[in-house]
Design a protein. Structure first.
Length: 154
């Protein structure tokens, strides 16, 4: 099992939105960065754990936990001319972009802000701290464990 951080703008898709989906399973779509796409396509696997991260908002940070519940598949938004994620260079025979499904696990008990992450010595080597712009990032197991301790009561 691997660990990941998935970023989403909460006004577009939040941890609450994921929780409210049927069976709390939502499609993680709209990825239009090749590095993030390659991670989704080649490295993210069913059963992997996800930190759900709210970005580009007032309270930036880790809002909850999810798990990967599907293999990657062609992102249907790339074929929809009405979607902001439409890609005219993509076709059903040669899709360029993938998505996958994740399932809500829980909200954090204590929100963990980006500022708190950056100040924590145990999290200084996170991709989030070093190269924060990537929307899908690997997380080391010890980072995951530290974040679980910081965000879970009891």
């Amino acid at each position: 099992m691997n660990y990941w951080l998935f970023k989403s703008e909460p006004d577009a898709y939040s941890i609450d939105d994921l929780k409210q989906e049927t069976d709390s399973v939502g499609r993680w779509d709209g990825i239009r960065n090749y590095q993030a796409r390659n991670l989704l396509r080649d490295e993210v696997k069913i059963g992997d754990r996800v930190l759900f991260y709210h970005s580009s908002c007032k309270n930036v940070g880790i809002a909850g936990f999810a798990k990967v519940v599907s293999e990657p598949y062609p992102d249907p938004l790339q074929f929809d001319p009405e979607s902001k994620y439409f890609d005219p260079k993509s076709s059903p025979d040669a899709p360029r972009w993938v998505c996958l499904d994740i399932q809500y696990q829980s909200h954090v008990d204590t929100f963990l802000s980006l500022a708190d992450i950056k100040q924590n010595p145990a999290l200084q080597d996170m991709v989030l701290v070093k190269r924060g712009r990537l929307s899908i990032q690997p997380v080391q197991e010890q980072e995951w464990q530290t974040i679980k301790k910081l965000t879970t009561k009891g």
